[in-house]
Design a binder for this molecule. Structure first.
Ligand code: GRF
Length: 215
């Protein structure tokens, strides 16, 4: 049973998808902690209702001392026995020190097909660029933001009438599928990283496994 911690800053819909997956019979992971840098993150209340241990580490208390902030986060993660850390809309950049502490045990979900469109407002960027496909990516976290070995991706069309909101909603549905899927694979010890590429054991039909949103 893999102990998973989830870091959020807001509504936490991906966190909810992970928690729901963990509540299924025979799930190979459990959520031991939901941590937020914001006390008013909507997702915290939901996690508490589910009986999940929640922690708030307000970044504002640390007066821009990022490493002190991250040291406290790190301690909290150790205290709850986390073995895998999942970023789920956590809106603070983490330093190379923190990334190193959790190397290969630290993953993120991003609402584009990386390496296209890292950063913020990426649905609008995909529309502005004229991309015909976008989607979402689950990847291991490396020092560079929104960069790292890709575990799973799902693609969705970008429609001519799309706004950033409608595209985000279409992508979010896929996020809620591939993030739990990726954590399951890790918890089942099926994921290895070789030369910074991810291989998933027993992926008999890689296309459907890595793109569960394909119709
Ligand atoms: C998601 O789109 C995720 O890909 C990005 O931030 C958003 C978080 O949404 N990293 P939620 O808090 O999980 O609902």
């Amino acid at each position: 049973m893999l102990n998973v911690a989830i870091l959020i800053s807001g509504r936490g819909s991906n966190m909810q998808a992970l928690v729901r997956e963990s509540q299924k019979e025979n799930a190979p992971f459990r959520v031991v902690c939901v941590l937020s840098n914001k006390a008013d993150a909507a997702g915290l209340a939901w996690a508490q209702e589910q009986g999940i241990h929640t922690v708030v580490v307000p970044h504002k208390d640390f007066n821009k001392d990022r490493q002190a902030f991250e040291q406290v986060i790190n301690e909290k993660l150790q205290e709850c026995g986390a073995q895998l850390v999942c970023l789920a809309g956590f809106m603070r950049l983490l330093t190379p020190w923190f990334v190193q502490q959790w190397r290969d045990r630290f993953i993120n979900i991003h609402p584009s097909l990386l390496p296209a469109f890292p950063g913020l407002d990426v649905q609008q960027k995909a529309i502005d660029y004229g991309a015909k496909l976008s989607g979402c990516t689950v990847h291991f976290v490396r020092e560079e933001m929104d960069h790292g070995p890709i575990i799973a991706q799902a693609a969705v069309p970008v429609l001519p009438e799309d706004t950033a909101e409608t595209l985000a909603a279409r992508i979010l549905k896929c996020e809620h599928q591939i993030y739990p899927q990726a954590v399951n694979w890790i918890a089942q010890n099926r994921v290895s990283i070789i030369n910074e590429k991810v291989f998933i054991a027993d992926a008999k039909a890689p296309q459907s496994l890595t793109n569960p949103c394909a119709e």
